[in-house]
Design a binder for this molecule. Structure first.
Ligand SMILES: *[C@@H]1O[C@H](CO)[C@@H](O)[C@H](O)[C@H]1NC(C)=O
Ligand SMILES: *[C@@H]1O[C@H](CO)[C@@H](O)[C@H](O)[C@H]1NC(C)=O
Ligand SMILES: *[C@@H]1O[C@H](CO)[C@@H](O)[C@H](O)[C@H]1NC(C)=O
Ligand SMILES: *[C@@H]1O[C@H](CO)[C@@H](O)[C@H](O)[C@H]1NC(C)=O
Length: 259
């Protein structure tokens, strides 16, 4: 099994991070209010409370997330409407178990060796009922193009990732905002592709480890649009932009599989 390691150097701290995590050295992420991110979905391997990742509810029975963690275990615990990750008796929360052999569609070009195309859809056999704590997020209306690139827009990322320097898992959902940077100007070793979403981390707020699949959402007032999902960690330093999955580049595959 591959193990992704990223070493973070920030404020003289080295932090090893093997999973995507929302962190900030200068400005801690804020604690979410209950019902603030009702599309947020938490995942955990049964019997292993040290592994967690996120996803975004996009229909009563479909969750978008990263493929990496899906393919590693036969069953997954799925938490909808959750706020405190391990409080299973929370009001408005739904806990499910999915079988990754049959309840999952992996993006056909997914390849564990590459960070691109790291996308999967988890299917809930029994549709979930919407409520104040459980609501879907909208998908982008159009495929990626220059008019709908989200460049320079402020987007919201939420998750239960670890908090450095001790890398303790967060008990309660956290969030932060970041700005989308034009991908054409985005270089992390190499230029990035339009299927990736470039996040400007110069504010000191960035996603690092512990929150693979964390929804990246644009709030347009009347609608909230899922523009990205946190992907595998890159080098987690605030001098470099961060690269996420751009949902609008995968719209055809997603909508085909939501039917
Ligand atoms: C997969 O799930 C089982 C319980 O169903 C658990 O014991 C095991 O640790 C999990 N595997 C990983 C890689 O976490
Ligand atoms: C996981 O469970 C163990 C044993 O109950 C506990 O000590 C640990 O704090 C838990 N970890 C998390 C992240 O909840
Ligand atoms: C868990 O949720 C219940 C119901 O909302 C609440 O009464 C309880 O205080 C919570 N427990 C913790 C440890 O937060
Ligand atoms: C983003 O977060 C920062 C720090 O919490 C805050 O000062 C800023 O107003 C936020 N931006 C928006 C658009 O809400």
């Amino acid at each position: 099994m591959r193990f992704l390691l990223c070493f973070v150097f920030a404020r003289a701290l080295y932090v090893a991070c093997d999973k995507v995590q929302i962190i900030s050295y200068s400005i801690p992420g804020e604690i979410a209010k209950a019902e603030q991110f009702p599309y947020q979905v938490g995942f955990e391997y049964p019997g292993n409370n040290e592994t967690r990742f996120s996803g975004a509810l996009v229909s009563p029975s479909h969750i978008l997330t990263v493929a990496d963690h899906i393919v590693r275990n036969k069953t997954l615990n799925v938490y909808l409407g959750a706020h405190r990750f391990h409080n299973f008796s929370e009001t408005g929360r739904v806990n499910r178990v999915v079988d990754t052999d049959k309840d999952v569609v992996i993006f056909p070009e997914y390849d564990a060796e590459r960070a691109l195309d790291n996308l999967a859809i988890v299917i809930l056999q029994e549709a979930v009922k919407f409520s104040p704590t459980i609501q879907p997020v909208s998908l982008p209306m159009v495929r990626f193009n220059s008019e709908e690139s989200y460049d320079n827009e402020v987007v919201w990322v939420s998750g239960w990732g670890e908090k450095p320097p001790l890398n303790k898992k967060r008990k309660t959902l956290h969030y932060l905002n970041v700005t989308v940077h034009p991908y054409q100007d985005c270089h992390v070793n190499n230029p990035i592709e339009s299927v990736q979403l470039c996040l400007d981390t110069s504010s000191g707020r960035f996603i690092c480890s512990g929150d693979a699949g964390a929804p990246i959402v644009l709030d347009r007032g009347d609608s909230r649009i899922l523009v990205g999902l946190a992907n595998r960690p890159q080098r987690c330093i605030s001098e470099e932009p961060q690269i996420a999955l751009r949902i609008s580049s995968y719209l055809d595959w997603i909508t085909d599989n939501l039917l």
